[in-house]
Design a protein around this ligand. Sequence first.
Ligand SMILES: [Fe+2]
Length: 279
Amino acid sequence: MQQRLNTNEQRPIQGAGIGLRSCHYDYILENKPNIAWFEALSDNYLNDHSSLSFLEHIRKDYPIALHGVGMSLGSTDPLNWDYFKKLKQLAKRIQPQIISDHLSWISVNKQYLHDLLPLPMTQAVIDHVSSRIMQVQDFLGTRILIENPSTYFEYECSEMPEWAFINAIIEKADCYLLLDVNNVYVSATNHEFDPYDYLNHIDSKRVKQFHMAGYADKKNYLFDTHGETIHPPVWALYKAALKCFGAIPTLIERDDNIPPFEALYKEAQQAQQLMDAIG
Ligand SMILES: [Fe+2]
């Protein structure tokens, strides 16, 4: 693996990055691998000063995106302003180039469920979520990216396909989309829709980042574990996504069975080669 030669914290996020995980802190700080950028899980740094110290060191050499799970943008609970205050403080320290979270809900009656749950795809929910995203963007002083979910059930009351639901929200909230290619494939398989048709319908001008990850095949459904290498059908869908949306920043996500850094680096290189091929 090449070592990074020049450090420049102001470089824009572009190319292939890797999700920053604590088991790789020492390796990164010692070896300074030649990776374009890192995405840190914001929730891990809101209260943990020792992790924050590592992030601040790594941030000196690499552009950083902050990706969270705690916004609960789809919940009917009031927005948790204590959470957003901490996130804003973190952003002030780290100066991330991207702040993102998920199009989902994780709390009800202030009980947090530790799952990114899907939303009914209705006009009322579009209005509700868009309003909350706009409040969050006003508070943080920046546009955020929202990530399409991986889902395992659907609501009978849904009125539209997921791509139409997402397009309506990102347009109304004036935010951007973090398109998780693996999530598209997982949901398409579980709900029997065409993932390529999905890509063709997404509003291309608002897609600003990709996620790539591995799923587990549970035989009668796919489970978005982030615990395996990226599967060939997801790479194939990624090639189509590059054609639709261009060579936008791509993040290799791994949250379970985390391998040595070099294994993720290889997947990042594979993504980079496909980006370079598209130009
Ligand atoms: Fe993702």
